[in-house]
Design a binder for this molecule. Structure first.
Ligand code: AKG
Ligand code: FE2
Length: 473
């Protein structure tokens, strides 16, 4: 095999087998991939001359970048699915992500030699930069060859790293609470009222950094669509939503809501034009950050790709959306947590793609109520799965059969749920999905919650326990 003929663009395993002269083994891998109907990935593997002789003569390098990445990702998923299935067979994983204990999870992480958060952070930052550059090139319509050249250089490294991340994530089966800590810090960061003395040194440093970050963004970012930074209900919302909420009638409000499952409400909300503009704005932010050598802050510990909108000047618009629209709806639908209204928020856009990031770990939000609206674009998979509402004491308790609900995202459509409703998002299997998410909070609820002794009525486990304790033995 002539070394010079070896062109390795993609899969680390196939690549290293080729390099080592293990052509038959490489071919076996490649055939397996074809067998899994991943034929379009073919173009990603411009293999060495010996492989070509095995009927792969028509391999073309000039494949669209996204298609190529899709191929790789699919291949990765096939492998991971097998790993996961093995674990299920061994009785080592129950019910997708949901039931297992924290102890087992920690042990597994140790096995992989990973500290997922740190590791994920480092890799994701690299992947993020890579993705943004690629997006930017596509945006500027650069020659696809240049793009492929860049991709080729980075792919092997990124691919190997993301395999490790995905493996770690697939085994994460307890409720991820990191997002709560980070979000607490974030909300403190810009809140001058917070008694700073109660914070430790690390927290103070983080807060200061966030403040500086926000100042830097706000002072130099040039908006693409200035008009979406102030709330314009008539152009943002579909007429049915606008009419129902502005009528201020509980009956009208309920008439546009579908209760998909207990405590999960869906309704048509955003106009396609607004979704499109918001997505363009987010891309514009990412490109600007890349060009300015600014590492974008992640919207939460759960998401690698996406932008915290409040850092970019959307704070007032989202606050108005909260006060005028989401709060009145939530007072009707979730009186137990926001009867007195919602008064603060954390708003962001998240993005998922076959290559970038496909799913979200099982978690609860740092919110009383969460608004989640799909912005598009075309995708399959990525369902939001819900597994029952729980208070902090019962976060990892099992899910009852009746608490299982999977919601398929639809562009423009919103879902509103209790922040403590345990949930996650399944992997998307095709395309790109982006969502606008707003964690909505009530200071009144938080103040009274901390002094309350009795069980919360909204927690599924507390309810069952109370019922059982009252039953005659
Ligand atoms: O991607 C989604 O739809 C869910 C994301 C989510 O749950 C979150 O960001 O808190
Ligand atoms: Fe969430």
């Amino acid at each position: 095999m002539e070394e010079a003929n070896v062109l390795i663009l993609g899969h680390a395993k196939v690549g290293s087998l080729c390099k080592a002269g293990e052509v038959d083994e490489a071919y076996r891998y490649f055939s397996k991939m074809e067998f899994q109907s991943l034929a379009r990935s073919r173009a990603l593997f411009p293999l060495c001359s010996s492989l070509r002789s095995k009927a792969l003569l028509h391999v073309s390098i000039r494949v669209m970048f996204q298609e190529g990445h899709g191929g790789l990702q699919s291949w990765l998923k096939v492998e991971l699915r097998e790993v996961r299935l093995d674990k299920i067979r061994q009785g080592d994983a129950e019910n997708e992500h949901v039931y297992s204990s924290i102890r087992r999870c920690r042990a597994q992480r140790k096995d992989y030699g990973l500290r997922p958060n740190r590791q994920t952070n480092i890799i994701s930052q690299r992947a993020m930069k890579h993705s943004i550059l690629c997006k930017k090139m596509l945006w500027e319509k650069k020659d696809i060859d240049v793009l492929m050249h860049y991709t080729a250089k980075r792919m092997e490294e990124l691919f190997a790293s993301s395999a490790a991340i995905h493996e770690a994530k697939c085994n994460q089966s307890y409720v991820d609470r990191n997002c709560i800590a980070l979000s607490r810090l974030r909300s403190m960061a810009l809140d001058q009222q917070q008694p700073q003395a109660s914070l430790d040194n690390d927290e103070q440093i983080q807060i200061q950094k966030h403040r500086e970050y926000k100042e830097r963004v706000l002072s130099s970012y040039q908006r693409l669509h200035g008009e979406i930074y102030s709330l314009d209900p008539a152009s943002f919302f579909v007429p049915s939503f606008l009419k129902a909420v502005t009528s201020k009638s509980e009956e009208n409000l309920k008439s546009i809501m579908v209760q998909a499952a207990p405590g999960i409400y869906t309704f048509e909300m955003l106009q396609p034009k607004f979704c499109e503009m918001l997505l363009e704005e987010v891309l514009h932010m990412e490109i600007w950050a890349h060009d300015s050598n600014l590492l974008l802050r992640r919207p939460s510990t759960l998401n690698i790709f996406g932008v915290a909108l409040d850092d970019f000047g959307f704070e007032n618009m989202l606050q108005k959306l909260l006060e005028d629209f989401i709060s009145p709806i939530s007072q009707v639908l979730f009186p137990e947590v926001c009867g007195s209204g919602l008064d603060s928020h954390h708003g962001y856009v998240v993005e998922y793609g076959e290559y970038i990031e496909t799913d979200v770990a099982y978690h609860v939000d740092d919110s009383e109520v969460t608004l989640n609206v799909c912005l598009g674009k075309q995708f399959s998979g990525g369902e939001l799965y819900f597994r029952g509402v729980r208070c902090v004491n019962h976060m990892d308790s099992p899910t009852g059969e009746e608490e299982h609900y999977d919601y398929p995202h639809v562009p423009g459509q919103a879902v509103l749920h209790h922040g403590s409703h345990r949930h996650g998002a399944k992997a998307i299997t095709n395309g790109i999905r982006a969502n606008l998410i707003m964690w909505c909070r009530s200071s009144t609820f938080r103040a009274t919650m901390s002094s309350r002794k009795e069980f919360p009525r909204w927690c599924g486990k507390c309810r069952v326990d109370r019922y059982n304790s009252k039953r005659p033995v």
